[in-house]
Design a protein around this ligand. Structure first.
Ligand SMILES: Cc1ncc(COP(=O)(O)O)c(C=O)c1O
Length: 489
C-alpha cells in the first residue's frame, strides 16, 4: 500500500501522494540527479496503484521540473542545476538602432565559414553553433523509425525520391501548417535538404545576380553566404529583438528605393534575437510587399519552438498576393543531420521544383520516410511540448549565467522562442577577437559581425542555449566573462 511505503496520510488524489513519495526520495538524495526513477510498471507494483496513477504522478513531477522523460528510456531525475530556483536576475535588453538603408555587396562567406569550421573542433563547450544537444532530441526513437523505413520500404528508400519528395511527409507537413494558419495541401509542399536548400531555391527562383535583397539586421549568418553565392546585394533593415523587422524602416526603404527584389524574414522565431513578430506587423508587411509585387521569403526554422500555447501564425498566412515563400526544417526539433526541410513556394512552385531537380535531383529518401513515420506516430507534439519547456529553462539559466559572469553594461535578449541568446557587450569589446580567445580556452561562441552583411555588431555575440546546463557551461561563461573584462582593460 502507498501509505505504508511512502508514509503519506489520507487526503489528496492518489497521484499526488505518489508524486510526493518520489519527490521525497529525490529530496533525501535517495534518487540523485541523472539517476533513473523506477519504471512506471515497477512503481505501480511497488505501491499497489494503477499505471495511470503513476503516469499522472510523473507528469506532475515533470511539470515541477524534478524529473524528465527521455524517449524510450524512462524518467530521470533532472540535474541539480536545472532544479535550482531561478534567481530571476537577467541583464537588461539591447536597444535597436536605425540603419542607413544602403545596399552593399555581400562578402562575408569566408568569415562565416571560418567560424563554422572552428566550431567543429572537438571538446569545446559548444555555445557557438545553433545545434541542439542530442540529449534533447528523440534520437533513439527516430533511429527506430529510420530502421523500420529501411526495412519496410526497401525499394523506395534506396531509390531517388524525385521532387516534390515523399507524399507521406508532405501530407504531415501540410497538416502541421494548419496550426500556422495555412490551408495548404501536400501538393503545395516540396521536401528539401534542410531549410538551407529551401532558402537557396527560393532566392534563386525570385532573383537574378545584382538584385537587392532586404534582410533583418542582425540576420541568420547562414543566409549571407547564399546571397554572396548568388551575386546579390543586401540592404540591412533594423530589427527589434521582440517584434522583428521595423515596419517603418521597411516602408521608408521601399518608398525611396533602391528597388528591392525580395525581403527575407524570420517572423516566428528569429535567429539570433529570439523574438516573434506580432500578427499586425506580419499582415502589414505582407500587404506592403504584395501591393508592390515584391516577394518575401519566410524562414520558419524556429516556428514550432515558440514558448506560447499556440504556434505563431506564419506571415504567409496573411499573404493575399501569392508572393510569400515559406521555408522550414526539422533540424532544430528532430535531427539536423537528417537534412529534412521543406518549402511552400506559392506561385513560384514550377520554378522551385525545376531548380530542386536541377540542383540536387532529390532529397535523401530514408530520412524523409523516417520523419514521415515519426510524425504519423503522434509522438512529435509531446516531444515539442517538452522541448519548448527545456529550451525556455536552458535560456533562463544561460541569461542568469551571463548576468553573473559578464561585466556591467552587458545586455541580453529575452527570447520568446528557440534556443538562442543574443548578448550585447559594453562598447569597446571585440567579439571577433573574443571568438578566437575563447576557442583557445575551449569555448565556442558566434561573434556578432557574422550576423551582418557589413560586419556590424562588433561588440555582440550569440550563445546557444540548446546545451544541457552544467558546471562546465557555467565555467565557460566565467571564462568568457574574464576574457571580456581583459578586453575592457
Ligand atoms: C534561421 C535558420 N535558418 C536555417 C537554418 C539551417 O537549417 P537546416 O539545417 O534546415 O538547413 C538554421 C540553422 O541554424 C537557422 O538557424
Amino acid at each position: 500500500m502507498l501509505r505504508s511505503v511512502a508514509g503519506q496520510g489520507e487526503g489528496g488524489p492518489l497521484y499526488e501522494q505518489v508524486a510526493a513519495h518520489v519527490a521525497g526520495l529525490i529530496g533525501k538524495g535517495t534518487l540523485r540527479a541523472g539517476q533513473r526513477v523506477p519504471s512506471v510498471r515497477r512503481l505501480s507494483e511497488q505501491l499497489d496503484v494503477s499505471i495511470s496513477t503513476v503516469l499522472e504522478a510523473y507528469r506532475q513531477l515533470e511539470v515541477r521540473g524534478l524529473i524528465e522523460a527521455r524517449p524510450q528510456s524512462g524518467y530521470y531525475v533532472r540535474p541539480d542545476y536545472l532544479r535550482r530556483p531561478h534567481s530571476g536576475t537577467t541583464p537588461p535588453e539591447p536597444a535597436t538602432r536605425r540603419l542607413p538603408l544602403e545596399p552593399a555587396p555581400v562578402e562575408c562567406a569566408d568569415r562565416v565559414m571560418r567560424v563554422m569550421l572552428a566550431a567543429r573542433q572537438r571538446d569545446l563547450v559548444p555555445l557557438g553553433a545553433a545545434v541542439p544537444a542530442p540529449e534533447f532530441l528523440p534520437t533513439a526513437e527516430l533511429g527506430r523509425h529510420l530502421a523500420r523505413a529501411a526495412r519496410t520500404f526497401a525499394a523506395e528508400t534506396t531509390s531517388y525520391d524525385f521532387p516534390p519528395g515523399s507524399l507521406a511527409l508532405r501530407q504531415q507537413v501540410a497538416l502541421r501548417l494548419i496550426e500556422a494558419g495555412l490551408a495548404c495541401g501536400a501538393e503545395d509542399v516540396l521536401i528539401t535538404s534542410g531549410s538551407t536548400e529551401a532558402m537557396m531555391l527560393a532566392l534563386k527562383a525570385v532573383t537574378r545576380p545584382g538584385d537587392t535583397v532586404a534582410v533583418e539586421s542582425p540576420t541568420y549568418y547562414g543566409l549571407l553566404p547564399l546571397l554572396e553565392a548568388l551575386g546579390l546585394e543586401a540592404v540591412e533593415v533594423c530589427t527589434n529583438p521582440r517584434t522583428g523587422m521595423c515596419v517603418e524602416s521597411l516602408e521608408a526603404l521601399l518608398a525611396r528605393g533602391p528597388a528591392v527584389k525580395v525581403v527575407v524574414l524570420m517572423p516566428s522565431g528569429h535567429n539570433p534575437l529570439g523574438g516573434i513578430m506580432p500578427d499586425e506587423h506580419k499582415e502589414r508587411i505582407a500587404d506592403l510587399l504584395g501591393a508592390r509585387g515584391i516577394a518575401v521569403i519566410e524562414d520558419d526554422t524556429y516556428g514550432e519552438l515558440a514558448f506560447q500555447p499556440r504556434r505563431p501564425r506564419c506571415l504567409k498566412a496573411f499573404d493575399r498576393h501569392g508572393g510569400a515563400i515559406l521555408c522550414g526544417s526539422f533540424s532544430k526539433t528532430l535531427a539536423p543531420g537528417y537534412r529534412v526541410g521543406w518549402i511552400v513556394p506559392g506561385k513560384f512552385r514550377p520554378e522551385v521544383q525545376k531548380l530542386k531537380l536541377v540542383l540536387s535531383l532529390a532529397t535523401a529518401s530514408p530520412t524523409q520516410q523516417a520523419v514521415a513515420d515519426y510524425l504519423a506516430s503522434g509522438a512529435f507534439e509531446r516531444h515539442l511540448r517538452r522541448l519548448r519547456r527545456v529550451y525556455q529553462d536552458q535560456l533562463a539559466l544561460l541569461a542568469e549565467g551571463v548576468a553573473r559572469h559578464f561585466p556591467e553594461g552587458t545586455r541580453a535578449t529575452r527570447p520568446v522562442g528557440g534556443h538562442l541568446l543574443w548578448v550585447e557587450l559594453p562598447e569597446g569589446c571585440d567579439a571577433l577577437a573574443l571568438h578566437d580567445q575563447a576557442l583557445a580556452e575551449g569555448v565556442s561562441i558566434a561573434p556578432g559581425p557574422i550576423f551582418s552583411a557589413t560586419g556590424r555588431f562588433g561588440n555582440c555575440l550569440r550563445l546557444n542555449g540548446a546545451v544541457l546546463w552544467s558546471p562546465a557551461v557555467d565555467h565557460a561563461l566565467a571564462v568568457l566573462g574574464r576574457l571580456i573584462r581583459r578586453q575592457l582593460g
